[in-house]
Design a binder for this molecule. Sequence first.
Ligand code: BGC
Length: 702
Amino acid sequence: MKKEYYEKAKQLLFQMTLQEKIGQLCQKNIGDTSGLGEEKNLINEDAYDKIRQGRIGLILQPAWNMIDDIREAQRVAVEESRLKVPLLVHSDIIHGFDTIFPLPIASACSFNTELIRRSAAISATEATVAGINVTHAPMLDIARDPRWGRIAEGAGEDAYLAGEIAKAYVKGFQEDNGRSECLSATLKHFAGYGAAEAGRDYNTCELGERTMRNTYLRPFKAGIDAGAKLVMAGFHTVDSVPMTANAKYLRKILRKEFTFEGVVISDWCAPYELIAHGIAENEREAALAAFQGGIDVEMCSDCYDRFLNELITAGLIDEKTLDAAVLRILMLKFECGIMEDPYLFMRKSGACELPPDHLQVAEKLADESIVLLKNENILPLKPGEKIIVTGSRCFDANLLGCWQSSRFITDTITYPQGLEKEGFHCHYASTAQELISDDCGTVIVFVGEAAENSGEACSEQDIRILEEDTELLRIAKENDKKTVCVVSSGRPMILTETEKYSDAIVYAWYLGHSAGKSLAGILSGRVNPSGKLCVTLPRDMGQIPIYYNHLPTGRPRSEADDNKFTSRYIDGSSEPLYPFGFGLSYSKFIYENLILDSDVITDVPVKASITVENQSDTAGKETVQLYVHDVCAQISRPVKELAAFQKVYLNGRERKTITFKITEEMLSYYHSDNTFCCDPGLFEIYIGGDSETKIFKSLRKI
Ligand code: BGC
C-alpha cells in the first residue's frame, strides 16, 4: 500500500511548481479562540485565494463549529486549485473531542493503557466526523516540575510509563474501528520541552545528551515505533539551539537514528520565533534555519510561504530536500484517505448527544484516574450519609480541564450533582461559621485550582493549596468533624499543610464528563480506588524538581545519621509528601515471596514472580510495579526506574502470583558513545505497590 502511495505522491510532485510544493508545507490557522474564548473565523478571502493558488496545504482548526469552513476550504482546494490537492485538517484533540476523558496526567495515573487506547479510539471516531485528519497529540513531555502548567497534558515524570501510554494513544488514534489511518497522531513536543527552566513555559531547557536519550527521548521512540505519523518540534532551546532549528535532534537523531519517515511540524509560529530566539535576523533567515533544522511544515507563521522559493532559487536550500518533505506530506494525504475522498467521514452530521458507550469509557477511565492518598479509616462514606460540602472548587462547572472545546460542556456531571445522585445528603457551607454550626459529622472540602490554571502558558510560582481552603479543613478538624479533602487540579500541588487537617485526601485532577459521578463513586465505595501517582508530590516548593528516578549522589542522605555534609536541605525534608506510583485502595494488598528463576541474566530472559494477596474482603485492582537499579554502570544510573507494570484484579481474600519477564533490554541504556545495551554487573530488581518498595532481589549480568 505504502509503495503504491509513494508512486502516486511522486507523480503528483512532478506536476507541481516550486510554489505549489512549498504550499504543501504551509499551515494556516482558520479559527481563533484567543481573547475571551469567542471564536473568530480567520478563513477570509485572502486565505481562500492562497488555497486556490496552492499556497496552503494544511489548516488548523481549534473548534467544532468550523466544520462548514473546513468543508468550504476543502471544496476550494479540490475544485478551484490547479492540482486539486485536498488540505490536511489538524486540530488539538488532547483528551477527547465531544466526549471528554480525564486530563492526560490523570489518565496516566490509571496505569490502564487499554482504557487509554479506547479513549483515543473514541476521540478519533468523533473528530473525524468533523473533518479532522490529524491530532496534535499525544504530548510526551516528561515533566518533573509542577510549576509548569503543561504537566497537565502529559503522562508525568517517568519515561517508561510515558512510552507505554504513547503506544496506547498512537494505536487508539490511528488504528481502531477499522478506520485505519484516519486520525494521524502527532508526538509532541520533540524533545525535552517539559524541562523548561524554573517551570516557566517556553523557557530554555538545559539537558545533557544522556538525560535526553535515557529519559526525554524514550517516549518519542516508543511512539515512533508504534507508527505515529507526525512529530512536532517544541518551542524551546536545548543546549542553546532552538528545537525548531535543531538539526542534531530533528535530522540526526529523529530521522537517521530513529528512522522516522513521517512529517515534522513546527509548533505555532515557531519558525518566526527564531528571530526572538536570536538565531535569525529576519523571516528569510528564520525560514532557512527552520528548514535546514528539519522542519517540514510551518505552523501558522508564513516564513516558508514568503521566502522558501527565493532561498531555493538562490541555491541555499536544495530542491531535493524540499521534494522529500513535500513527498512526506503527500504520502500522509494519501494514507489518511483524503486524496480519494476529501470529505471522508464528514458527511455524517455530528451526534446530537454524547454516545452512551463513549461516556462509559470516560467514566471507567475517570474512576481509575482518581488517586486516594490518605485514608484514616474514614472512607468510604456511608451511602445516604449527611455531609457538609464546601471549598473553593466545590461548585466548579468546568471539570473538563484545559485543551478541550466539546460542544457538550454542560453535560459534565459536577461534584454536587454526582454526590446527590450517589445518595448523599449535602449541606452546602460557604463560610467557616456555617460549617461549625452544622451538626453533620463529615465535611468534604474541595480544594485545588481552576481548570483554566493548568495547560499551556499556565506556569505558576505558588502551587500550594489556598489558605482559606486549608483553614476550612483546620476549623472542621478542631470542631471534631471528619475531614475529606478532594483536590481538583491539573497539576500536582503542595498539600503539606492541608494534609495535617485531612483524615482523607482524594486527588481528583480534572476528570472530564464523568467527574462528579466518578468522584462520588469513590467516596461512597461504589468504586474502589485504583489510581497511582504518575508524578511525585513535593512536600515543599523548595524541593522542586523532585522525582523518584533521580541519579544517586556521592553523598546520599542517611536516615540513620544527621551528617550535614550530605545531599539534603538544612531547613526541611528531602522526602516527597507522596512518591511516584503511590495510591491507596479500599482493599489491602500485601506483597511477598519475590522469586527470580535465575540470579544471572544472559540473553535468556529471567522470570520474576511475586505473590500479591488481597487481605480484605473488598475486591480491587492493584498496579504491580517492577523497578530496576543498575548498581554499577558505565555512567551513573537512576536509583530506581520503572521497567514494567501490570494492573491486576483481585477478589476479596484472593492471592495471585504475578510474573514479569526481565529482558536485557529492560536493563539497557544509552552509553556515552550512544550505544544502547546493558552492562555486565549487578542489578537490583524491585517489585511493589509504589516506587518506595523495599522488596528486591539481585540479578547479575555476565
Ligand atoms: C502548542 C501546541 C499546539 C499548537 C496548536 C501551541 O501553542 O504548544 O501543543 O499543538 O499550539 O494549537
